[in-house]
Design a protein around this ligand. Structure first.
Ligand SMILES: C[S@@+](CC[C@H](N)C(=O)[O-])C[C@H]1O[C@@H](n2cnc3c(N)ncnc32)[C@H](O)[C@@H]1O
Length: 265
């Protein structure tokens, strides 16, 4: 898809200049410690499920953003992390955060497209992608990233999913417009199995994972609106961001992110 993170879904329903929308979204997100829902506890829990693994695994973080997971992974194990994102500004931030955290020697920041990753087959023990696989499509990401893993290697992906059987009409309408590929856990897990993955574990991200992303993002909206007063596209980006934040809070029991820990069979 080649688009900016989770946030672009929010404005897809409106006809806008895509490059300008992406630029506005990048501006709104720059400097944030995470660019999607997540939590260090979630990352560590998923890593613990990737067992057995080498003592110093080679890890590929795809759609790494400003480095929330790359840093957590580098601090949680003795491995090396190649952190890939399409946006140079985010990758530069990630590099600076890695220096500040004292792990720059074990994180290699890389500007690349997740659809055409410039690595040899079987280069990694673990591939990681929180909040970004949907940009390729969950199934396509599972197929495309698989050859990069060594046999027995791990893929950890977080993906938006329906929880349980309730389908609040407001949420159904919103996601039909913004992410029509949205499925439930059972469908995502069977798609993974059909593609030859062993499911080692899966769990729902807790409410804090959304707060970690949405609370600082919401705080930025007033200044963003002031900076772009009179700009209809910026107003639409701010409004769509606010709508998603409120909708996710209202329907957290019905829809949210799942974490899937898969092993290359
Ligand atoms: C929702 S954000 C998640 C970032 C990070 N994993 C986190 O949780 O903070 C999705 C990321 O995917 C990146 N991205 C978008 N399209 C991409 C592409 N084609 N290739 C690589 N990265 C891409 C965005 O720049 C953004 O940093």
């Amino acid at each position: 898809m080649g688009e900016q993170g989770a946030c672009l879904r929010r404005v897809k329903g409106k006809v806008m200049d895509e490059a300008r929308t992406i630029a506005l979204l990048v501006e709104l997100h720059r400097g944030l410690a995470r660019l999607g829902p997540g939590d260090d506890e979630v990352t560590r829990r998923a890593l613990a499920t990737c067992t057995p693994r080498p003592r110093r695994p080679m890890i590929l973080d795809i759609g790494a953003g400003t480095g929330a997971q790359s840093l957590c992974l580098a601090l949680a194990c003795e491995g090396r992390v190649v952190a890939v994102d399409r946006f140079e500004g985010f990758v530069a931030e990630l590099a600076s955060r890695a220096r500040m955290a004292g792990v720059a020697g074990r994180i290699a920041p890389c500007v690349a497209d997740m659809a055409h990753l410039p690595f040899a087959a079987a280069s990694f023990d673990i591939a990681w992608s929180e909040g970004a696989a949907y940009l390729l499509g969950f199934d396509a990401a599972l197929d495309r990233w698989r050859p990069l893993l060594r046999p027995g290697g791990w893929l950890v992906v977080t993906e938006l999913a329906w929880f349980g059987s309730a389908r609040p009409p407001e949420a159904v309408a919103f996601w039909a417009r913004n992410y029509p590929a949205l499925r439930d856990d059972a469908a995502n897990l069977s798609a993974a199995r059909e593609r030859g993955w062993r499911v080692a574990g899966h769990f729902h991200l807790p409410a804090e994972a959304w707060l970690n992303y949405h609370a600082p993002l919401r705080e930025r909206l007033p200044a963003f609106r002031t900076r772009h007063a009179g700009d209809a596209e910026a107003a639409a980006v701010a409004e769509a961001t606010e709508t998603e934040i409120e909708l996710m809070a209202r329907h957290a029991a019905s829809v949210g992110y799942s974490c899937y820990v898969l092993q290359r069979a």
